[in-house]
Design a binder for this molecule. Structure first.
Ligand SMILES: *Cc1c(COP(=O)(O)O)cnc(C)c1O
Length: 378
């Protein structure tokens, strides 16, 4: 990950006690500025779940970022960081009634939903609020796909938006999410076409939608390059032009990974280098962080982080595993990874691009291991 490879401080801090995630807020702010520039005019809502560290949120507030939140704690963190409730969108389509009421009491007025039951809750606990209906989207091409858990079919979205209007809510727009670490800029277009159809259908019923929330999914280069963010913006704006013509909706995006991932380096130590027989290849390398300590996205080897060691020298293939007693705690056994031939216990390995979906995913005490410690650079 080139964004962090030359950030000296990021590589040196936190070495006293591993594992440790080191976050450089300046890198996250630069990523925000990059994506906000590419999507000029769009509302950029950082998906807080990617990394909710307070100094990171404060820097993003100061830079003008808005936020996508998924629950009470995230709302509180954003407000404490100085965000205005008007800058928060409660984008999770499945919420407890109490949590909707809590958000409403704190001034949040934008809510997502994808079913009639959820709409009922919003009518009751957040009367008059603006709503975005989430439609099903294909996440083909995403390294971390989202399946059918969220979203409804377009016909249902159109009907539910009519219900929303009748029941005193503000039918604001349509939302979708094409899956995380989505490598293909053209994968937004089918959902943009769907949204345009819903806008048109509702116009015929006298309801004018105004917001298109194109979600997150913008990728970062872990071990392989990805298309520049401008390609994603170009592709999305071109699709908006094709499907909405002159009446462009106001665009909202919700990047999480793109902003947070490059800002983090996870420092880990080798616990053991082992062979299963004297002439076995490859070696097994057990680290002090694994699937349960924050590297959940290594499931199915979906996210393949770039590793960095302090020295060069000849390298050979390894299987990488975490420290716990669970046999699913293997990071990579199919993806090719090479580490120095003389790698030994105690050595530090840095996992680059680890700022998103790591610390928040780590278990609270499996095998007695503490949650992943985060250090934010001053
Ligand atoms: C998680 C999430 C995002 C962020 O996705 P990334 O792939 O990290 O950009 C955006 N929107 C919603 C609704 C989400 O749940």
């Amino acid at each position: 990950m080139t964004v962090t490879a030359d950030a000296g401080q990021l590589l040196q801090a936190g070495l006293d006690q591993t594992p440790c995630l080191v976050i450089d807020v300046d890198v996250a702010r630069a990523q925000y500025e990059r994506i906000a520039a590419a999507f000029a005019g769009a509302g950029v809502h950082y998906a807080v779940k990617a990394n909710p560290e307070p100094p990171l949120l404060r820097a993003l507030v100061a830079a003008g970022c808005q936020f996508d939140v998924a629950g009470r704690a995230e709302i509180d963190l954003c407000l404490a960081a100085g965000a205005s409730p008007a800058d928060l969108s409660y984008g999770h389509p499945i919420k407890k009634s109490e949590d909707i009421a809590y958000a409403y009491a704190r001034g949040v007025r934008m809510f997502a939903f994808d079913s009639e039951g959820e709409l009922d809750k919003i009518v009751q606990h957040a009367p008059g609020s603006s709503v975005l209906c989430r439609v099903l989207a294909s996440s083909d091409g995403a390294r971390w796909p989202l399946s059918r858990k969220f979203g409804c079919v377009p016909e249902m979205a159109a009907e539910l938006m009519k219900v929303a209007a009748l029941r005193g809510l503000d039918p604001a727009g349509i939302a979708f999410h094409v899956g995380s670490q989505q490598l293909h800029p053209d994968r937004w277009e089918p959902s943009i076409a769907t949204a345009a159809w819903i806008f048109k259908v509702l116009e015929q019923s006298g309801i004018t939608l105004r917001i298109l929330n194109a979600g997150g999914g913008f990728p970062v280069p872990y071990r392989t390059p990805v298309a520049p963010i401008a390609d994603f913006a170009d592709s999305i704006y071109a699709a908006l032009g094709r499907h909405f013509g002159h009446r462009l909706p106001s665009l909202m995006i919700e990047p999480g990974r793109y902003i947070a991932a490059p800002a983090g380096v996870l420092h880990t130590q080798v616990v053991l280098v082992a062979k299963k027989s004297y002439d076995d290849e490859p070696r097994w390398v057990y680290l002090d962080v694994g699937r349960f300590g924050g590297l959940a996205e290594t499931e199915d080897e979906a996210i393949q982080y770039e590793l960095s060691t302090t020295r060069g020298g000849p390298a050979g293939p390894v299987i990488l595993a975490g420290p716990t007693c669970d046999s699913v705690d293997i990071l990579y056994q199919h993806a090719p990874y090479d580490l120095p031939l003389d790698l030994a216990a105690g050595e530090v390995i840095r996992i680059l691009g680890a700022g998103a979906y790591t610390a928040t995913y780590s278990s609270v005490g499996f095998n007695g291991l503490p949650p992943l410690r985060t250090v934010v650079l001053p």
